[in-house]
Design a protein around this ligand. Structure first.
Ligand SMILES: [Zn+2]
Length: 173
């Protein structure tokens, strides 16, 4: 295979291959654990292998890397100057997969929260993001009435899936 990565991309890629224990994830885990939440990590049985799974709250959390998931306008997302078409394609495919995974998870009754890596990496944003995340996970909502056997959906829920645009990310503002 031709090596077409910059050194920075290669090191990020290696980190992704070696395991999913990248630093932002560890920060999120430690914080939520300290607030008393318990979770499962990297559950490969669920679409997209969510980084964190909170069964009690029927919620999954993804911490998405800004480069691989195409965080437009972010300083961690710079399209490489060489092989640009290759990278555009690769990132577009990742984003399409995120979108499909979101829908599959929601159809299975999960609430999906995605946060950007930069909101954890940036020290000034981190505190707010973590608090927002805790509050959002633990916000208790009414159980969904089932209209489709085995899915646990109600009409509103179905409409919200149909109307959804590309994956939404959590904002702490
Ligand atoms: Zn970002």
């Amino acid at each position: 295979m031709t090596d077409i990565m910059t050194p920075e991309q290669r090191s990020r890629c290696m980190a992704a291959i070696k395991g999913k224990d990248t630093k932002p994830e560890i920060i999120v885990r430690k914080y939520l654990f300290s607030r008393g939440l318990r979770y499962r990590v990297n559950n490969r049985k669920l679409p997209g292998s969510p980084d964190l799974v909170f069964k009690k709250y029927k919620t999954v959390v993804f911490i998405d890397g800004c480069f691989w998931h195409g965080h437009e306008g972010c300083k961690y997302f710079k399209m490489p100057k060489s092989n640009t078409l290759y990278w555009k394609h690769k990132i577009a495919m990742n984003m399409a997969r995120d979108y499909a995974n979101n829908i599959d998870l929601k159809l299975a009754g999960w609430r999906v929260i995605r946060i950007w890596e930069c909101d954890i990496r940036t020290v000034t944003a981190r505190g707010k993001t973590l608090e927002w995340l805790y509050d959002t996970i633990t916000k208790v909502s009414e159980p969904k009435k089932s209209i489709v056997a085995g899915y646990g959906l109600d009409t509103d829920y179905e409409v919200s899936i149909a109307a959804e645009e590309p994956p939404k990310y959590g904002h702490h503002e």
